[in-house]
Write a protein that binds this ligand. Structure first.
Ligand code: HPA
Ligand code: ZN
Length: 343
C-alpha cells in the first residue's frame, strides 16, 4: 500500500472522515427513487415505473444524452416549494454523512420553468433547505444557476432575467446538458452579462466535447472553474495552460464510468491530472443516477488508481481552494484537513 495506509480498509477509513467540499452536484440529480415515488404520489404525477428496482434498472446509460433523457423525466415529479426543500434537505443530510463541510450546488431552473413551475418556487425551496442546514449543522453552501445548453441563448437570457430578484442568493452561473453541438461560444453574451452582475462563472466542458470547447470556456466565457474537463488531456498545451493558471477542475469519477466517458475506473485520468499539476477535485455530479455520493467517488477512484494519502489530502485541499468561499474561511478548512492528515 501507499504511504501511511496499512490496507485498503485503512485508506477507506481515512476517506470517510476526511473533511471535504463538494463543487459539482446537480441538486435534481440527487433525487433518489424513493423520494421520486413519494413526490409522484403526493403530486398525482404519473411515472413510467411501478417499483424502485425498475427505476434502478433504467439507470443504465451509454452516453450523456441517455442519462439526460431520464434525468429530465425524473425531475418532473418536483412541483411545490416543499418538494424542492425535501430534495435539497435529503442531499445535504447525505453529504454531511460523507464529511462534506461545504457544498456548491447546481440547479437547472429551465428544467422546471419549462413545465410551468415558477422560478420562485424552485429557488425558495432550495434556499430554505440550505439555510436550515447552515443553522442546524453548520454546513455552508453556494448556489449556481445552470443554463441548459441545448436551449437557445435567448432562453438563457430570459432565465437570467428571472433570476435578477434573487441575486443575493445566487453565487454563480454554469452551463450543463447536452455538450456536443452546443459549444460555450453559443452563450458568450449571456455569460458576459452574468459576469458583469458579479456572478462567478463555471461551465461543463470536455466531458464529451472536444478540447476546443474548453478553450472557449476559458477565452469566451472566462470561467472560474471547469466542470469535468477529461478531454483536455488530449491537448498537452491545454493541460499546461490549465496547470499554470491553477484552474480548478470538478471531476466526477462514477459519473464518467456510468456515462462511458471512461471504459473502466482503472482507466480514469484523475491520477494523470494530479501528476500533471492540474487542480482536480472529486465530486458526485448526479449521485442518485450514478451510484454514489462523494465518498463513494473517492473510494472507487482511490482503489482503482491506488491513490496515496498525499493524493487524497491534495484532492480535499483542492475542493476548498477551488470553492467560492472567502479566503479566511478557506484557510480554516485547509488547516482542518492538514490536522486530519497528520493523525
Ligand atoms: N453533464 C451535463 N449536464 C448535466 C450533467 C452532466 O454530467 N448532469 C446533469 N446535467
Ligand atoms: Zn454535471
Amino acid at each position: 500500500m501507499h504511504d501511511g495506509f496499512a490496507s485498503a480498509e485503512d485508506r477507506a477509513a481515512f476517506i470517510v472522515a476526511l473533511p471535504k467540499a463538494e463543487l459539482h452536484l446537480h441538486i435534481e440529480g440527487s433525487l433518489e427513487p424513493e423520494l421520486m415515488f413519494e413526490l409522484a404520489q403526493r403530486n398525482g404525477v404519473a411515472i413510467p415505473f411501478t417499483n424502485i428496482d425498475e427505476v434502478r434498472a433504467a439507470y443504465a446509460f451509454s452516453n450523456l444524452q441517455d442519462f439526460l433523457d431520464i434525468y429530465y423525466q425524473g425531475m418532473g415529479v418536483l412541483h411545490t416549494e416543499q418538494d424542492f426543500y425535501d430534495l435539497t434537505a435529503a442531499y445535504l443530510a447525505r453529504a454531511r454523512a460523507d464529511a462534506v463541510r461545504h457544498v456548491e450546488i447546481f440547479f437547472d431552473p429551465q428544467g422546471h420553468t419549462e413545465r410551468g413551475i415558477a422560478f420562485e418556487t424552485v429557488i425558495t425551496g432550495i434556499t430554505r433547505a440550505l439555510d436550515d442546514a447552515n443553522a442546524h449543522f453548520g454546513m455552508t453552501s453556494k448556489l449556481i444557476l445552470c443554463f441548459l445548453r441545448h436551449l437557445s441563448e435567448a432562453e438563457a437570457e430570459a432565465t437570467l432575467d428571472e433570476a435578477l430578484p434573487y441575486l443575493d442568493r445566487i453565487d454563480g452561473v454554469g452551463l450543463d446538458s447536452s455538450e456536443n453541438g452546443h459549444p460555450p461560444a453559443k452563450f458568450e453574451r449571456v455569460f458576459a452579462r452574468a459576469r458583469a452582475l458579479g456572478l462567478k462563472i463555471v461551465a461543463h466542458a470536455g466531458e464529451e466535447g472536444p478540447p476546443a470547447y474548453v478553450y472557449e470556456a476559458l477565452d469566451l466565457l472566462k470561467v472560474d472553474r471547469i466542470d469535468h474537463d477529461n478531454r483536455s488531456l488530449e491537448d498537452p498545451a491545454l493541460v499546461a495552460r490549465l496547470a499554470a493558471a491553477g484552474m480548478t477542475l470538478t471531476v466526477c469519477p462514477l459519473s464518467n464510468l456510468k456515462l462511458c466517458v471512461v471504459a473502466d475506473m482503472a482507466a480514469h485520468p484523475l491520477k494523470i491530472m494530479l501528476d500533471a499539476g492540474l487542480v482536480a477535485t472529486v465530486n458526485s455530479d448526479d449521485p442518485s443516477y450514478f451510484g454514489g455520493y462523494v465518498n463513494a467517488n473517492y473510494l472507487a477512484v482511490a482503489d482503482a488508481l491506488d491513490l496515496s494519502r498525499a493524493d487524497l489530502v491534495t484532492l480535499a485541499r483542492n475542493s476548498f481552494t477551488g470553492s467560492f468561499l472567502e479566503d479566511t474561511v478557506k484557510a480554516k478548512h485547509l488547516a482542518a484537513i492538514d490536522a486530519y492528515g497528520r493523525t
